[in-house]
Design a protein around this ligand. Structure first.
Ligand code: UT7
Length: 334
């Protein structure tokens, strides 16, 4: 029997219009453009403004565009997984809200939370549904409205994060293209260094938790940085070794966009030149589950059928992972 792999057959993205520049952040906290650019590579990030608008807004925009680009009727979608750390509500799942809004009436949907590794975890999970042969069209969304959980008085976190996301279509492939390998890892001891303490079942919201700013991201930056540099590079190197790939074989590295210095360290460990590294951190900052689909969206026209692509991410949990895939299509230039 021919082996079925799960191939990405379309990509889309969405970023909100509002641009929060480093200059504007200088008016909000004690920071400066030079520090932010040199320590992170970020120049600006997008912010989703408007009352009562959550992560689903980003996901809906991305999925509507994806359906149009791939000539897919919403009723054809079998499954939609939404990777997010900022769901619209604790429940129901944001995936269900997206399915309802786009008319994916035959799909089942659920959310997957793996912080900044969310998109990679969701992509690997979605691929398994395709590989069984039972599901034909699976959409993976990675989206976050990070501004909803950021304390804009904390200069150690508010300069990093932004809002945005994207979506990919997964379909069966029998030409040996698509997702060929993945390595996913987690280590719960990382919870102490990157978390949002309140709002869950352990510390439900009270006036006190709000007053103590426990509904926003806490990060011990330097500790996370050290784990991220090692974790992301190790797992990307492992996926390369396992598939007998050298830096020369890789057409594109698609890294989670948390810090340009972490991305550079990963590329250097993989022996991949900077011209083969997708990077848009300067424009969008860290959109958590959104970074990798937003990179694929930005660079889609440069990807070619058969390209060896390595995705890599590290995030809260800790969670980290890498996916090796062969790109499945050439973009038709309009
Ligand atoms: O995506 C999920 C996983 N997250 C990550 O991968 C993020 C990993 N961590 C990082 O990217 C970096 O640790 C940060 C960008 C968060 C911080 O960079 P850093 O080089 O680790 O800085 P630091 O925390 O060691 O701080 C260095 C100095 C400190 O001042 P002193 O103690 O040397 O006087 C900070 O108080 O920089 C100061 N500082 C700032 N200065 C200007 C911290 N934040 C700022 C700021 N503007 N925004």
């Amino acid at each position: 029997m021919t082996k079925i792999t799960a191939a990405i057959t379309g990509v889309s993205g969405y970023v909100p219009d509002y641009v929060l520049t480093n200059k504007e952040l200088e008016t909000m906290v004690e920071t400066n453009d030079e520090w932010i650019v040199s320590r992170t590579g970020i120049r600006e990030r997008r912010i989703l403004k408007g009352e009562g608008i959550g992560t689903s807004f980003i996901g809906i925009k991305a999925v509507q565009d994806l359906l149009a680009k791939t000539n897919t009727r919403a009723e054809e979608v079998d499954l939609l997984i939404c990777a997010t750390t900022t769901p619209d509500m604790v429940f129901p799942a944001t995936a269900n809200i997206i399915c309802e809004a786009v008319g994916a009436v035959n799909a089942f949907g659920y959310d997957l939370q793996a912080a900044c590794s969310g998109f990679i975890f969701a992509l690997a999970t979605g691929a398994r549904f395709i590989e069984t042969g039972r599901y034909k069209k699976v959409i993976i969304v990675g989206a976050d409205k990070m501004s909803s959980i950021i304390n804009y008085k904390d200069r150690t976190t508010c300069i990093i994060f932004g809002d945005g996301g994207g979506a990919v279509m997964l379909e069966p492939n029998t030409e040996g293209l698509g997702i060929l390998d993945d390595i996913l890892k987690s280590d719960g001891s990382g919870a102490a260094y990157l978390n949002m303490k309140a709002g869950g079942s352990r510390y439900p919201a009270t006036a006190e938790t709000v007053a103590r700013n426990e509904h926003s991201v806490f990060q011990e930056g330097t500790t996370v940085f050290k784990f991220a540099v090692k974790g992301m590079a190790d797992v990307a190197a492992e996926v390369m070794d396992r598939n007998n790939l050298t830096g020369d074989d890789i057409a594109w590295l698609v890294p989670h966009q948390a810090n340009k210095r972490i991305i550079d360290a990963t590329a250097s460990r993989m022996n991949v030149g900077s011209d083969k590294v997708m990077m848009n951190i300067d424009r969008y900052g860290n959109t958590t589950s959104g970074t990798i689909p937003l990179c694929l969206w930005d660079y889609e026209s440069q990807l070619k059928k058969g390209d060896n692509v390595v995705l890599a991410a590290f995030g809260g949990g800790f969670t980290w992972g890498s996916i090796y895939l062969k790109w499945a299509y050439d973009t038709v230039q309009n």
